[in-house]
Design a protein around this ligand. Structure first.
Ligand code: ADP
Ligand code: MG
Length: 316
C-alpha cells in the first residue's frame, strides 16, 4: 500500500508539490497524469526516499519514508525517469550486481534473476553491454532492476517514454500482469497512456491534485460538457429563443451564420445523461423548422484534461 499525506516540496521559491494526498491499495494501478513540470517525478522521488519532502508524510507498506527508509526501499521497486545504468557492464552482470546489492544470495538470487529476465524479455541481451542496448531494451533492464527483489510496491516514472508502439504495449501488459499482487504507481504526461494502463487517475498540475477518480468517473466528468448539435432551417432568433425554453437545457449557442440554404447550427447543452432529442423533434414539428442533421458532440478525456489544467494554471 502507498499513502501520501499533504506532501509538499519547495525548491527555493519553486513550489514543485503542494499538499498532495492519496492512497493506493494492493492490486491497484494509480496513474499520475500531468504536463511536464507538474511535480510527478518529485512525488515519486519522495515515495522512494530519494528526497525528503519540505512537509507532509508518506508511507510504503506502512513504513514511513523519512523514519524507515531502509524498510521502504526493501519493499519498493523504482524505475526512475532516467535509469541509472552502468554503461560498461553487461546486462546479466549488472542485474546480478543489483540483486546482490539488494541482499539476494544463492538459489534465491538465481531464481529471481531467471524470473525477471524472462518477464522483461531480456534473455537474448544478457551478454550485451548496456551501452549497446536500444532505448527499449534499456527500459526493460531498468524494469528488471526494479523487480529483482520482488517488491510489493512499484513506482514507475514515465516507463514508456521514448519507446515504439510495440514496446509500449509490451510494458503495459507487463505492468497489468504485475498489478495482480502489487501496488503500482505510474506517471505519464500522455493521456492515452494513463487511460490504457490505470484503474485510477490523479491529474496534477503545478504541484496540486486537480482531479482524482476512476477512469470512468473522469470520462463521465468530461462528458458533462456534451452537446446535442442540430442543424435547423428556420428563423434563427426564434429558434434560439424557443430552444432555450426546452426542459433540462442549460445552454444554447448558435454556432455558425445561416448558410445559403437557410440552415443554421445550434449547440444544446443539457443536464448529464438527459436526452433532449424527442422534445427537440416535437418543437421543430410544431414550429415548422426543418431538421437537416443532428449529432452528439462529446468532449474527449483529452479535452477535459486540457480544460482542467488550463483552469488551474496560474498566469505567469
Ligand atoms: P514532472 O516530473 O511532472 O515533469 P518534476 O517533479 O520533475 O515534474 O518538477 C516539478 C517542478 O520542480 C518543476 O518546476 C521543476 O523545474 C522543479 N524541480 C524539480 N527538481 C528540482 C530540483 N532538484 N531543483 C530545483 N527545482 C526542481
Ligand atoms: Mg518527471
Amino acid at each position: 500500500m502507498i499513502e501520501a499525506k499533504s506532501l509538499t516540496m519547495h525548491y527555493g521559491t519553486t513550489r514543485a508539490v503542494e499538499d498532495v494526498s492519496f492512497r493506493v491499495e494492493r492490486g491497484e494501478i494509480l496513474g499520475l497524469l500531468g504536463p511536464n513540470g507538474a511535480g510527478k517525478s518529485t512525488i515519486m522521488n519522495i515515495l522512494t526516499t530519494q528526497i525528503a519532502p519540505t512537509s507532509g508524510t508518506a508511507s510504503i507498506e506502512g513504513f514511513d519514508v523519512i523514519d524507515q527508509p531502509i524498510e521502504v526501499r526493501k519493499h519498493t521497486g523504482y524505475l526512475p525517469e532516467n535509469v541509472p545504468l552502468y554503461m560498461d557492464m553487461e546486462v546479466g552482470e549488472y542485474l546480478h550486481f543489483v540483486a546482490e546489492g539488494r541482499g539476494l544470495q544463492g538459489s534465491e538470487l538465481r531464481e529471481r534473476l531467471d524470473w525477471v529476465i524472462v518477464k522483461c524479455g531480456i534473455k537474448a541481451m544478457l551478454r550485451r553491454l548496456i551501452a549497446q542496448l536500444s532505448k527499449g531494451y534499456r527500459q526493460r533492464v531498468g524494469l528488471a532492476q526494479a523487480l529483482v527483489h520482488d517488491p510489493k510496491v512499484l513506482v514507475l516514472d514515465e516507463p514508456t517514454s521514448g519507446l515504439d508502439p510495440l514496446q509500449i504495449i509490451g510494458i503495459r501488459d507487463l505492468v497489468k500482469e504485475l498489478s495482480a499482487d502489487k501496488t503500482i504507481i505510474v506517471s505519464t504526461h500522455i493521456l492515452q497512456e494513463v487511460e490504457a494502463i490505470s484503474d485510477r487517475i490523479i491529474i496534477i498540475n503545478e504541484g496540486r491534485i486537480i482531479a482524482d477518480g476512476s477512469r470512468v468517473e473522469l470520462q463521465q466528468r468530461a462528458a458533462q460538457g456534451a452537446s446535442r448539435m442540430v442543424a435547423l432551417k428556420g428563423d434563427p432568433s426564434a429558434i434560439l429563443g424557443n430552444l432555450r425554453e426546452l426542459p433540462r437545457v442549460r445552454k444554447v449557442t448558435q454556432l455558425e451564420a445561416v448558410d445559403p440554404d437557410g440552415v443554421c447550427i445550434f449547440a444544446i447543452e443539457s443536464e448529464v445523461g438527459q436526452e433532449i432529442w424527442l422534445d427537440l423533434a416535437q418543437m421543430a414539428l410544431q414550429n415548422g423548422w426543418l431538421i437537416k442533421d443532428s449529432w452528439e458532440q462529446k468532449p474527449s478525456l483529452e479535452e477535459a484534461f486540457i480544460q482542467l489544467t488550463r483552469a488551474t494554471t496560474q498566469p505567469q
